[in-house]
Design a protein around this ligand. Structure first.
Ligand SMILES: [Zn+2]
Length: 407
């Protein structure tokens, strides 16, 4: 049973949980009673179920979770593309011309995202800026309350990868005007496309141009002057190092990152979203059949080697987030996050490290740390209840029972 419960903002709500993962450290606490007011956590204290006063157990908005359930903060996916459907890239793009059709598709994908325990996402951009439109429509009540950190249109170098992601430029002169335009559109962060994508024909190769260092540094400086964090699509050792030196705020994908660049990222507090599932999804049906056995070997080796770097990134002190690239071929909105977390579990990370990446660290990366990411007074009342003990095994997330969200 996957149900989404919207907590009423205009009344007090109470939730009692037999177990809860509390604070930024996700400390396991027993018998927790949460008081919620105005959609935010007002208080939490430990009280046994039998000792709850009648004013609470008789309250019309009191939720008591069953034995065996654990309450933890809602999950966050820090890299999605709401403009794409995760099934058919060309069909999704054609649908952009039919507003009714793409809005209905997005509505379904928002529903699936919330049903997967994800309360907030950061969108990595599309050339039409549809992600920003969806964000504005959510605020008007057109869609369910998924919180979206939008980038609108991405910035890319002319002739480089990602014509579906955003607008291009061919000289540094156009940078200030473009950054100004994206900031004025209402984007929360700026997305830059620093490199192309990983090749499945030659191991270790990344296709496409790399954005020149001078332009990239200029973009970062201009974005900072508008108060925008920079989310940088970068794969290949050279492109990642260039982005890190330019001082971007997060590296997206980051395939073939070198240890010394991870160290530099840790020093500069640059976050990493490894996005394993878009590559791993190629290794299963229906995509697997599209590749030759040699290409499947390259795909497998690419993401297996990538997974091995997660633990060393954490050991260096890199803020490790989680993003799925949901919307990319084979990466479905909502369900992809759990798949990504299960891939993290193959990388020697503890369940706590994995859950922190998807909650407190992701909240900071997407700029919503005052609302999401931890069970703490003052933050939004946004939680998932799962069966079992997620700190012992992240597979517990498979048994999502309820997602509590606030308006
Ligand atoms: Zn992306």
């Amino acid at each position: 049973m996957n149900q989404v419960v919207t907590l009423k903002p205009d009344t007090r709500n109470y939730i009692w949980a037999p177990s809860a993962l509390v604070g930024k450290e996700l400390k396991l606490e027993k018998d927790i009673l949460l008081g919620i007011s105005g959609g935010r956590i007002e208080s939490f204290r430990s009280v046994r179920k039998d000792d709850l006063p009648i004013e609470i157990t008789g309250h019309p908005y009191f939720y008591a979770l069953d034995e065996g359930l654990t309450l933890l903060p809602s999950l966050i996916d820090a890299h999605v593309h709401l403009a794409l459907d995760g099934i058919d890239f060309n069909r999704a793009r054609e649908q952009w011309n039919d507003q009714g059709a793409w809005q209905a598709r997005v509505e379904g994908d928002i529903e699936k995202t919330l049903c997967s325990g994800v309360a907030a996402v950061r969108d990595g951009g599309d050339v039409r800026g549809l992600n920003l439109q969806v964000k504005k429509q959510v605020q008007k009540g057109r869609y369910k309350r998924l919180k979206i950190a939008a980038t609108g249109q991405a910035l890319r170098v002319k002739g480089g990868y990602g014509s579906f992601l955003g607008v291009d430029f061919d000289s540094a002169d156009s940078v200030p005007g473009l950054v100004e335009m994206i900031a004025a559109s209402g984007a929360d962060q700026l997305k830059v496309v620093v490199s192309g994508v990983v090749s499945f024909y030659h191991y270790g190769m990344v296709k496409g141009l790399i954005m020149p260092a001078e332009e990239l540094c200029y973009i970062v400086k201009e974005a900072q002057s508008h108060g925008l964090k920079v989310m940088a699509h970068a794969s290949s050792a050279g492109a990642i190092e260039r982005a890190a030196r330019a001082g971007v705020d997060s590296i997206e994908h980051g395939y073939f990152v070198r240890p010394e660049t991870l160290q530099l990222m840790a020093e500069k507090k640059i976050a990493w979203m490894p996005t394993i599932i878009p590559v791993a999804a190629q290794n299963r049906s229906p995509f697997r059949e599209l590749w030759t056995p040699e290409e499947i070997d390259i795909i497998t080796r690419t993401y297996e080697e990538h997974i091995k770097k997660l633990k060393s990134a954490l050991d260096f002190g890199v803020p490790l987030g989680v993003g799925t690239d949901a919307g990319a071929a084979g990466v479905r909105h909502g369900t992809a996050l759990l798949e990504e977390l299960l891939l993290y579990a193959r990388g020697e990370l503890s369940p706590r490290e994995i859950l922190q990446a998807a909650t407190v660290t992701n909240a900071r990366i997407i700029g919503l740390e005052k609302d999401f990411g931890a069970l703490l007074p003052g933050l939004k009342a946004s939680f998932i209840a799962v069966k079992g003990k997620p700190l012992d095994n992240v597979n517990a997330l498979k048994t999502l029972h309820t997602h509590f969200i606030s308006e």
